[in-house]
Design a protein around this ligand. Structure first.
Ligand code: 16G
Length: 243
């Protein structure tokens, strides 16, 4: 596409517009390499400063990512999660047209530690099912979820086949537990080496750490979950109103 040199729109802005449109229309796919700065200078017959300015804007907006050795590539789109409805991971992915998945890392019964017991309002550190899963979207790792559920509410959960299963569906169909509302907190953090390995990201890469306490329709705290979401793939949306 030619630049309009008579236009009042600066050249860097025109280059930015072209590439933004290409990324947003899907003409260039996530992961695809875009031409180098030098190549872009030749294509548009502009200076390197002009090209750099346009690319920097696209990088800042998260549409492109710079990779030290392999060049600048089209970024994978972030999932934007609305924090209005209580949804399960599976529902969330399906609403985006993606196939949800869950790989069980560990499923066992253990006595609740003090923090878990306090959250789930358990006396005497009763037994909980601890379920650690790697959550996938179209087979790509998105998050590591570790949840704790009182065994008294859902006996035998750890012994079930939980591979690729929606936990909330199972709780509803097998235990008549209907998740109703939740309290959730989010924190910026960086991936430990084992988290990075599971998520397929670099150690120290940004992640979102969340804690969620979910209550069922009878008002009981049923699940305390600690999750680690990939910072490069998640973005949260909140709606708020002045009261
Ligand atoms: C969400 C919940 C998680 C729950 C899962 C159930 C957060 C941080 N986590 O991902 O606590 O276990 O949904 O999903 O929101 P499932 O029904 O697909 O297994």
């Amino acid at each position: 596409m030619e630049l309009d040199r008579d236009s009042r729109t600066p050249l860097y802005q025109q280059i930015y517009d072209i590439w933004r449109q290409r990324v947003e229309s899907g003409e260039v796919r996530p992961g695809e390499r875009i031409p180098t700065e030098r190549e872009l200078c030749d294509i548009y017959e502009v200076s390197q400063i002009t090209v750099r300015q346009a690319i920097q804007m696209l990088v800042t907006e998260g549409l492109l990512v710079r990779r030290p050795r392999t060049g600048t590539r089209v970024a994978h789109r972030k999932f934007s999660q609305d924090l209005i409805r209580l949804t399960s991971f599976s529902e969330d992915m399906r609403s985006r047209g993606l196939r949800p998945g869950g790989m069980v890392i560990r499923a066992c019964e253990e006595s609740a530690d003090i923090r878990v017991a306090e959250k789930l309002r358990l006396r005497n550190r009763e037994t909980v099912t601890r379920l650690e899963r790697l959550r996938l979207a179209e087979d790509e790792p998105m998050a590591i979820e570790t949840c704790h559920i009182p065994v008294a509410l859902c006996p035998g959960l750890a012994g079930r086949d939980l591979e690729g299963v929606s936990l909330y569906d199972l709780l509803r169909s097998e235990y008549r537990v209907d998740m109703q509302w939740a309290q959730q907190s989010f924190e910026a953090s960086s991936a430990t080496s084992s988290e990075a390995r599971l998520l397929g990201i670099k150690r120290g890469a940004p992640v979102l750490r969340t804690e969620r306490l979910t209550f069922d329709s009878a008002g009981r705290p049923v699940e305390f979950a600690v999750s680690v979401y990939r910072g490069d793939r998640y973005k949260l949306n909140v709606q708020m109103r002045r009261v």
